[in-house]
Design a protein around this ligand. Sequence first.
Ligand code: XMP
Length: 520
Amino acid sequence: MQFQNLKEKIIIIDFGSQVTKLIARRVRDLGVFSEIIAIKDLKKIKNYNRIKGIILSGGPSTVTKKKFPSIPKEIFQKKIPILGICYGLQLITKLFNGSIKSTKIKREFGRADLFNKKNSLLTKNFFNRKNKSVWMSHQDAVTKLPKGFKLIASTKKSKFTIIEKIKDKIYGIQFHPEITHTENGKKIFENFLFLICKIKKKWQISTEKERLVSEIKKIVQKDKVICALSGGVDSSVVALLVNKAIKKNLICIMVDTGLMRKNEFKQSYNIFKTRYKLNVKLINASKLYFKKLKNVVNPERKRKIIGKLFIKIFERESKKFKGIRYLAQGTLYPDVIESRSATGSQSSKIKSHHNVGGLPKKMNLKLIEPLKEFFKDEVRILGKSLGLIESIRNKHPFPGPGLAIRILGKITPQKIKILQEADYIYINELINHGLYHKIWQAYTALLPMKTVGVMGDSRTYEYTCLLRAVTSEDGMSADYFNFPKNFLDKISNKIINGVPGINRVVYDITSKPPSTIELE
Ligand code: XMP
């Protein structure tokens, strides 16, 4: 199913930079719809009328080699303003016959001082002092300007850091304005969008609701839709959107794996049933999950068993309803971008993520993915406009395989119970201390080892509980959260006193990379 955005937009051609997504975010934050396009998908664009500007992203390639990723030169003849960032600037230079050299000695990584040489619309009100601190990450540099281009700004190492060809509205910058370390980087985007592309500030996620609802109506008509509801923000927003469009023809299935946080699943079920009046069926499958996971230690096996079982149960339950044609899924924009590669290379698999992807092939259902264009925080805003309660809307992300990947080693009902209790204390204390929303994700894990402790006058030999709390923008990279020391003391004390089975608490201080957010 295609959710076509009919508005004016900016496209970002992706050359494989780690931060291409940030460019899309910055543009959307300024009230303009933006879309990331892989080079290979450019040919699918039949009509450029709605495209008011093109941004060429950075990337790991070099135009100094014989073969390098590029775009058809005709794109420059469409009279659409173009902004090349990093590799984008180098590509523009190459395609217009300037020179680029790879100079290991002159490479620039990190902060650099940028000096203004000439006024430009792109840098209007950007330089409020003589120089500006910008974020660099490059080894290749422009050494000769192409014909018709002018120099706008330089750093000590890169003479041609900002260039422009005013007549054709083509701009190139070597630094990264999308990264927050670039001072006032937002101004560069603002100038490009509103002064150069002359696009209007019209896009707002909250007003997307009506468009999505009417598209769902138009596509589904009188057919039935099924939705796997987990109680997380994505599937909840999908369910409310589809429900708004087709009401009783939406069937939601909640599969309780027994691997969820304490009380959370039942509570979510009650909220959807009574508050939102959804047609929701709760399946208690915890016994089956424990049986299948008995004695399983390997993290990938756990993930595969849980994923497969979920599909089996969901398939079985959906067959009980007649005439279903669609499956609604909470796929987000980052999932779409990450599942395709800008340059055709496959990134190495770290973990098998479990979600409901893959269901339709077997079940012969058509997919509805109304959140496919949006980032997580945009989905939260959409949720607010649909009346989704705060506790679900702003909940930390929770992995599909649940507590199974937070109990290292064998999973037993007793360990689940211990972990649920510890997690309950930890999360509630975060909320009570006003820390929950400062953290992107927090959880407790149970380590597969027992250590000796002393409680009262007796020896204990019990499990170790690990606390994790990270800050992140999208889960792709993360930093550990720096708690005030007293808070950790308090939590350790509460958990050890409140949860029999745990006699030691540790805090994980690794970032991602080199670690990952979850332990398995
Ligand atoms: P990692 O551990 O890969 O986690 O750094 C990144 C983010 O993804 C979540 N996660 C999952 N989410 N199904 C999901 O829906 C999964 O199988 C899964 N595994 C990890 C994790 O909680 C974090 O937010």
